[in-house]
Design a protein around this ligand. Structure first.
Ligand SMILES: [Fe+2]
Ligand SMILES: [Fe+2]
Length: 235
């Protein structure tokens, strides 16, 4: 299966069919399109409606997750509903299967990696913050557990590893993802690839400790490499 993936679309309310041509092009090169969050710039319904129109020009299945920007107006469920109405499968609680390949996805959250990982200790607000990352990891694990496919792809917005955020200032690493997202990925044999966005200045490719390839498909990372804003991955 040929999977196209792109993150960080950041559709604005004054855009005119910003992805229509691209989605038509992708439809002729791939079997599935994955959208890795920050689909809108501020999570406004007007932005989601513009993207929804473009999604309708896709003739292949479209799946994906929301990003932090899609939460900005406090109505992520409304954004998801508009995109779902255009035919997109918004992954969050339930995995999806297409032609024998599984897709599990969550937005993920921040929290850091290794020595820089925030621990659930002390003030309730610090514990709540860490809980959010743990919950996202748990949702991903639950989806991966339900899949009976031999191959699957994990779809995220935040990064599960450090390698693919390298290029960003080290001082903000902990806001770009969480190592906790990596544990469920490495627990299931069937996960063959991971895609994420969010780190606009990160690195295209990395690997989990178990060796699963992770791709940062933020369009700003992919475009300079391939001359097109989307990644093509064989699964
Ligand atoms: Fe972004
Ligand atoms: Fe983001």
């Amino acid at each position: 299966m040929r999977v196209a993936a792109i993150g960080d679309l950041h559709v604005q309310e004054d855009s005119i069919a910003p992805y229509r041509e691209l989605f038509t092009e992708i439809s002729s090169h791939a079997d599935v399109l994955l959208l890795c969050g920050d689909l809108t710039n501020f999570g406004k319904t007007s932005e989601a409606e513009i993207l929804a129109e473009d999604i309708k020009s896709c003739s292949i299945p479209v799946l994906g997750v929301l990003g932090n920007h899609d939460y900005e107006c406090g109505q992520p469920e409304k954004v998801a509903e508009i995109l779902h109405g255009a035919g997109m499968t918004v992954l969050d609680e339930q995995a999806h299967e297409i032609d024998g390949v599984g897709f599990a996805g969550v937005k993920g959250f921040m929290g850091g990696y290794g020595r820089g990982e925030l621990a659930p200790f002390g003030e309730p607000i610090a514990k709540l913050f860490v809980d959010e990352a743990m919950n996202e990891a748990r949702k991903l694990e639950n989806q991966l557990r339900t899949l009976r496919t031999e191959r699957s792809v994990a779809v995220l917005h935040y990064s599960p590893i450090v390698e693919t955020i390298e290029g960003e200032p080290e001082a903000i690493y902990q806001y770009l993802g969480s190592q906790r997202l990596c544990d469920p990925i490495d627990r299931f044999e069937h996960v063959k690839a991971v895609v994420h966005g969010h780190a606009h200045h990160g690195t295209y490719e990395g690997r989990t400790p178990r060796g699963i390839p992770v791709y940062n498909v933020a369009q700003f990372v992919v475009k300079p490499l391939f001359g097109r804003p989307y990644a093509l991955i064989e699964v």
